[in-house]
Design a protein around this ligand. Structure first.
Ligand code: AMP
Ligand code: MG
Length: 396
């Protein structure tokens, strides 16, 4: 295998080729997880009018303390009333429009209402418990900037600002291929020499969680014609992800067949364990990832290399892997040549996230990996990472 790219070099190469797709209008109710393509602007002030933050009485602060007649009653949704008569109070509910003239709200807890009058014992501070018009956002101001992925708070903000449709980047369409004559679908009966196919569903799960629309193509036997047909079909998508068949063996056909279909290979081989023989190329606008077949290699390759590409295609401002920090529970020997991704179980003590590597770190051990919830990054180098050291990890 030729020169291996470092993790950083490989990611840089991938991201350079992963430009945002076109944008489309998305109804708010279908926008969760989508990335905003054009700044979404408020269509109204929020709040649209000065409103009460409490149930209580709207008054002129200068007229307190004292006993005032209740001249008005306003609830949420009441049409605007005329100005508050001087020397009187308005009974007001949370969310109701503060009548003109009133400059403060006395909460019910601090007032006694009796016989159409309200007794207020303490002087009321001006502006207390009034939400000013536009205090959250002004009409025309940016509610969500471009490049942000819409989560619950952003969706609530857009709705509150009157936005029903949002320009979002298109979701990438991704074809997934698994290669290997030994592979059988879960549910089938295994003949000698066969195993259950697990990479397509694994990869698809990563892709879907990354915002892609996934097309699972049939399993491909280790024959050139079958590879050619499947790759040609997959190349119609924005991204093609294959698993298996990218190592050095005579039955590893993916790269050769892809080259015959005019896929320009940009690299083959990353200094990362698991997942060394990963390949990446392009044909026109289509990105082409060849993930190694070992199930944990496929999983790590999809998370560390394919996911950032998908996020970049969706226009996310920072698509790179989002590492978190924790403390490792047991020492880890560093690999002098390759960055390693160690599967670990995450716990929390009083102060830190604590990461305990699981037993069974080999790249075929997908069931062991399933007991982990973190992928600890061990940068290549000499010596070891001591127990208690701070490490970076990705959520699994
Ligand atoms: P390969 O990269 O094709 O040499 O495959 C490496 C190892 O991963 C072999 O043991 C394969 O049987 C296994 N493997 C390849 N593809 C899959 C798959 N889709 N599901 C489960 N195991 C696979
Ligand atoms: Mg194979």
């Amino acid at each position: 295998m030729p020169h291996l790219l470092s993790l950083e070099e490989a990611l840089a190469c991938i991201l350079e080729r992963s430009r945002p797709l076109s944008s489309e209008t998305v109804p708010l109710e279908h926008s969760v997880g989508r990335v905003v393509a054009e700044p979404a602007l408020a269509l109204a002030d929020l709040p649209p009018f000065p409103s009460s933050a409490m149930d209580g009485f709207a008054v002129r602060g200068a007229e307190t303390p004292g006993t005032l007649p209740v001249s008005l009653r306003v609830v949420a949704g009441s049409p605007f009333t005329g100005p508050l008569e001087s020397g009187s109070a308005a009974a007001i509910a949370t969310g109701a429009a503060v009548p003109e003239g009133a400059d403060t709200i006395v909460p019910v807890e601090q007032a006694v209402e009796e016989n159409g009058h309200v007794r207020i014992a303490e002087p009321a501070r001006a502006h207390a418990h009034i939400r000013p018009r536009g205090g959250d956002v002004r009409e025309g101001a940016v509610v969500v900037p471009a490049g942000v992925r819409l989560g619950p708070a952003q969706i609530g903000a857009l709705a509150a600002s009157g936005v029903a449709d949002i320009r979002c980047f298109r979701r990438p369409r991704v074809s997934v291929i698994a290669t290997g004559s030994e592979l059988r679908a879960p549910g089938d009966t295994l003949e000698p020499g066969q195993i259950f196919e697990s990479n397509r569903p694994t990869i698809a799960a990563v892709l879907e969680a990354s915002g892609a629309e996934v097309d699972l193509l049939p399993v491909v036997r280790d024959e050139e014609a079958a590879h050619r047909a499947a790759l040609e079909r997959g190349l119609a998508a924005d991204v093609l992800v294959s698993s298996g068949g990218v190592s050095m063996g005579p039955h590893d056909l993916v790269r050769r067949v892809a080259a015959g279909l005019d896929v320009e290979e940009l690299f083959w081989g990353v200094a990362v364990k698991p997942g060394k023989p990963l390949s990446f190329g392009v044909r026109n606008e289509t990105l082409v990832f060849g993930l190694p077949g070992n199930p944990v290699s496929s999983l790590v390759g999809a998370l560390v290399f394919v996911r950032p590409a998908l996020l970049a295609l969706q226009g996310l401002a920072d698509p790179r892997p989002r590492f978190q920090v924790g403390r490792i529970e047991s020492p880890l020997r560093r690999n002098p040549h390759r960055d390693e991704f160690i599967r670990a179980r995450r716990a929390a003590d009083d102060r830190d996230v604590v990461l305990e590597p699981i037993t069974g770190q080999e790249s075929h051990m997908i069931v062991r990996a399933a007991s982990a919830d973190a992928l600890v990054h061990v940068p290549r180098g000499e010596g070891e990472i001591a127990s208690g050291d701070v490490v970076r990890y990705l959520d699994l």
